[in-house]
Design a protein around this ligand. Structure first.
Ligand code: ATP
Length: 213
């Protein structure tokens, strides 16, 4: 099975990396593709150039076996619709089961995603939850897709929905950007290599401190 973990990764942090590793192990994935999005359709455009978000992500997982940074959304014009991403990925992997991992927060807005029902033509969806997750009232469309167990996901290529609890680390990219902007130290929230890139390129500085490097 191949996993897809999308995000803005602005910047990547241990909240992403820890959950990514946990799901890779739990679902025994051959490969987990981390896919930074180019133009997030549901949020403001990040002020950090895409190539630097990509570079930070590559630095973060350089030594992690089975993690691949996939730049297809950055190379594609227009907004990053997940349905297009899964469609292009499916064409490359034939009948290998594909798992799309999304956080419970993103899942709450799934039915507003572009052509969201078609996501299930190409992949299963795994919702990553935190301990105590109360669940949502699911539409009939989603309800009927719930997988009986994890083994069912490996027996069909796409079309199922499941929920997986992961370790909750209260880290967010927003909080990291604010912390760096106020001159505080982001050490232990993200890999040192990512912090080095933030320093080298003066990322997340308030406009008055920006040197333009
Ligand atoms: P921002 O603070 O800018 O909204 P973010 O830290 O939430 O960013 P994204 O790159 O937008 O990160 O998120 C990508 C995916 O990672 C989403 O599915 C999100 O649910 C998940 N994620 C983000 N932070 C965590 C965390 N601390 N623990 C587990 N999953 C996380």
């Amino acid at each position: 099975m191949i996993g897809v973990y999308g995000g803005t990764f602005n910047p990547v942090h241990y909240g992403h990396l820890r959950t990514a590793l946990e799901v890779k192990e739990l679902f025994e994935l051959e490969q987990l593709r981390l896919i930074p999005c180019r133009l997030p359709p549901h949020r403001d455009e990040p002020d950090v150039p895409a190539h630097l978000r990509l570079q930070m992500l590559e630095a973060a997982v350089a030594d992690t076996h089975g993690f691949n940074v996939d730049r297809r959304e950055l190379d594609r014009a227009g907004p990053s619709y997940m349905v297009d991403t899964l469609h292009s990925l499916r064409a490359e992997i034939d009948n290998t089961p594909l798992l799309l991992f999304i956080g419970a927060d993103a899942f709450a807005g799934l039915e507003r995603w572009h052509q969201w029902q078609r996501l299930f033509d190409y992949a299963h969806i795994v919702v990553m939850t935190r301990p105590g997750y109360a669940g949502l009232a699911l539409s009939a469309f989603l309800q009927q897709r719930i997988a009986e167990d994890r083994t069912q996901l490996s027996r069909q290529t796409a079309g199922l929905l499941t929920f997986q609890e992961v370790t909750a680390l209260a880290i967010s990219a927003t909080a990291i950007r604010e912390l760096v902007a106020s001159g505080r130290d982001p050490q232990f929230l993200m890999p040192d290599r990512v912090i080095e890139l933030i320093r080298r390129h003066h990322l997340y500085q308030p406009p008055t401190h920006h040197t333009g490097n």
